[in-house]
Design a protein around this ligand. Structure first.
Ligand code: ADP
Length: 191
């Protein structure tokens, strides 16, 4: 199964991706996690990315493409993948199509997790208390939401044009949302 998960910050993408990874036994590739690791390890990439992430902006496309290309070149990806946090704009979506085409592992399904904006703000406030992410302050969250609306929301249209998009309602319990996603993926594979 080769999946792209789409959704606003706080839509539950990361949570659902981790569960889908266990269910399908395929790698969960989160660019947010990869970037936070680079920041923690103080690599050159991490040093470049930290200030950008703390402003709620997007790390430059060329930097992200190097990172994702490297990850998608690893052996475990041949079994499938769940992409979380990439692509985040149309240029990234097109670059990704090319990289995946080259390795013969094109996206099979894109799932957009839809959640009401008030819910999302509430969830992120809760996560901020629990995890202390430096980009979870109210001001930066607002900025990330704007970036999402302007740059990432159009990515759903890209996959819709390819006939690969399914929308899933992201409210309710984690388990309920997971079941909806699994149902949507099963339908996509069957139909
Ligand atoms: P969320 O989905 O909650 O916004 P992520 O963990 O996916 O959080 O991403 C956190 C930050 O990492 C983003 O605000 C952005 O600065 C950076 N980032 C993650 N993925 C990308 C990407 N594909 N392109 C550019 N920047 C990215």
């Amino acid at each position: 199964m080769r999946i792209v998960l789409l959704g606003a910050p706080g839509s539950g993408k990361g949570t659902q991706a981790a569960l889908l990874k266990d269910h399908y036994s395929i790698p969960h590739i989160s660019t947010g996690v990869l970037l936070r690791e680079a920041v923690a390890n103080e690599t050159a990439l991490g040093k470049q990315a930290k200030a950008i992430m703390d402003r709620g902006e997007l790390v430059p496309d060329d930097v992200m493409l190097d990172l994702i290309r490297e990850r998608l070149g690893q052996e475990d990806v041949r079994a499938g993948y769940i992409l979380d946090g990439y692509p985040r704009n149309l240029a990234q979506a097109e670059a990704l199509d090319a990289v995946l085409g080259d390795v013969g592992l094109p996206v099979q399904e894109a799932v957009l997790i839809e959640v009401d904006e008030d819910q999302v703000v509430e969830r992120i406030a809760k996560r901020a208390m629990e995890e202390g992410r430096s980009d979870d302050t109210e001001e930066v969250v607002r900025k990330r939401m704007r970036v999402y609306e302007e740059q990432t929301a159009p990515v759903a249209g890209h996959y819709a044009d390819l006939g690969l998009l399914t929308r899933v309602f992201g409210e309710g319990t984690i388990e309920e949302v997971l079941e909806r996603i699994k149902g949507a993926l099963q339908q996509g594979v069957d139909g």
